[in-house]
Design a protein around this ligand. Sequence first.
Ligand code: ZN
Length: 324
Amino acid sequence: MTTLLGKIDEIVPNLFRLEQDDETRIISQYILLVGKKILVIDAGLPSSAEFALIPTLKKLADHGSEISLLITHPDADHFGGTAMLKEAFPDLTVIAHIEDCPPLGSLVSTIERRYEPFKLSDEIELSSQAHVRINSRMGSDFEVSKKLSSDLVFAESPFGVNILHIPGHSAGHLGVWIPDSKIFISGDGVMGLGIRNRDGSFLYPPQFISPTIYRSSIEKLQKLKIELLLCSHEQPLRGNSVDSFLEESLESIDDLSYRTEMAIGNESSTLLKICANVHASYDSFPKNREADFALSIQGILMVMESQGTLTVDSLSFPRSFRRK
Ligand SMILES: [Zn+2]
């Protein structure tokens, strides 16, 4: 089936997957019907809400349906349609993890904490062109009505739906686990070898706040024995493909950690310089995008500092890093 924008598939009974193009890649959102409850997973971009989610929800919702929106994490391609959804469904309950609130809800805070977290410490800033692009993707401010601080049972058996905290890509990243059918909706909680374009090439490297936190979330997913994994920027993954994707996600942490250690060099270095060296060591990621590595590399550097193998001078601007 098609929507006004992109397509919609009922991939198992009562679970709908909406997919749209986002420039060179895909983005997807999910609608899960659980009795009178409707759980929407991610709001997509403003255009996803306007042309895909809202018209679909208007068809699916009855009078008396309780609609909740779960925002997996604070990136524009996942929350940008929220304000528009709230306008269309004023009783909408907006759910997110407390560790992502803020930035979630405030666009100013999202720019500061999510898109330019290294501006004041490492002189890594967005171009004015990138600011314009991001502003057009975030919609308007909104309120998060339910801030989770632990896992949550959203619906009891026989429908059984659990909301799980899988930190890594963000501190409060959430995913949805349907135990009866062994389906996990992961947002960007697990990223394989990177986020891919439609043609299979890479758009972004895996981005995580800490390699140890990200690793333990992936290991938590491995224990679930997932049969159908639904990532935001991948086609649905089934059976053995789930296992390989989770394995690749773990390998990508080791690979990036190794390249980061190699890239530091013997002199003191800045975060941007280390990112540039790591970026140059791959030939798979887009040119001139070294800052895309900053979040994960800073996480790796913080682990090295805690292990005593790296000195960080946080008083210099930009910060400098030196191997011990
Ligand atoms: Zn995303």
